[in-house]
Design a protein around this ligand. Sequence first.
Ligand code: C2O
Ligand code: CU
Ligand code: CU
Length: 483
Amino acid sequence: MKNLTTKKTEKLHRHYLVHYFVVFVLIGMLFLLQGCDTAMPATTTVEPMRDGNPLAIPALLEDQNPDPDVADFELNVQVGEMEFFPGVTTTTLGYNGNYLGPLLKMRRGQQINVTVTNQLNEMTTVHWHGMELSGEADGGPHQPIQPGEKWQPSFVVDQPAATLWFHPHPNHMTGPQVYYGLAGLVYIEDEVSDNLNIPKDYGVNDIPLVVQDRNFSQNGEFLYDLDMMGLVPGDTVLVNGTVDPYLEVNREKVRLRLLNGSNFESFRFHLNNGENFHQIASDGGFLESPLVRESLFMAPGERVEVIVDFSEVQRETVILMAGDYEILTFYVKDVAGQDTEIPETLTIIPDIPLEENPTTRLFVLESMGIRGTINGKVFNMERIDEEVPLGETELWVIRSRGGMMMQPDGHPFHVHGTQFQVVSRNGNAPPPEERGYKDTVFVNAGEEVVVKVRFQYEGLFMYHCHMLEHEDNGMMGQFVVSP
Ligand code: C2O
Ligand code: CU
Ligand code: CU
């Protein structure tokens, strides 16, 4: 992560007028208080003053279908306005709201019907990132929704409990549409998640965290700024669309479902008090057992679920950091929370069986600034790059070419419509955090990662770098799965 702290200071300087104003008001209030302190009732419990803004928690989208085996969801893609900074309006995009989207809760085995209405004046698509489904329902560049039109994908959820997400995928326009606010979360629940006594109280001890870096122009609009190196790193980090967020939690274990929803930047998260995270899930669901992690590296598109134990916290404040940047402040209240656990065993992950001499395909990633190629080719919607037989499991070897000028540190490689298992990283067994299901894997410059991919659904799918400006500028290919 580039040095966000200095940038944050610049941002603070830009907003110095607002700060002086706040100081003025505070001095004014002090005078007022001085004048009337005898009138203050002695028993008033004053809520502690918190720095920053309360973390927004995405609304839960209501399932319109009374049948528990079927869920009907409605999503409107719309233009909105947000006040990220007091008194400053920013034009945004959102699903059913101003920025980001609601949470869609689905159950394994459930039939899902979604009606998406595009109220924008440009084309969009809605892609279900991490969902195992047919190409028709995937929502990639081949399922455009024109302005004013509707799109109605249907699919049956048949994969383990996980935190997935959805976002637009129009060819060449994914980066800006996501930057302006189009992204939302999907939770899949199943019998395994039902039976674990982990934190599950949404917004209380089960907290979604969509982390995104952003730049703003002088007049407060988003500044989607490309340069020689790629997308300019944001000087402000939004969490669920909140600037400088804080969250009040009880003294209990809290589950954080992290999504790096940034376009181009990776983060390495840690806690300022030196506490560890207990990682319980990766992109595609639970790990077999929790992992103690000091820090979490997350490239764009990746999800990680962790439990943080606040039940024994001595100091009242714990800060989630990325480098020197304060991402989110937790205020631990002196209130006992729920009795949940960090179980020793979470699930069983069966090894995806592989036949002898499986088909092996090589994908070489190369980039220069925002432009890139896979196997030397720039994405072309009219060209099928790979043909995969339905029902097969293959080995995909992903190599990232390093050493070139203006080449970023690495690329998060993502495959649509499937969850894969990492077989090796640079010839070695994958680290424990990569032993669960993944749909996006980071391949650093000069590295080679081998994954085992299973193709159980027919249709046309994408594979690409999940740095969205790379995806929009050539680093994508498509494969067709057919019997
Ligand atoms: Cu999250 Cu092809 O995307
Ligand atoms: Cu995807
Ligand atoms: Cu890339």
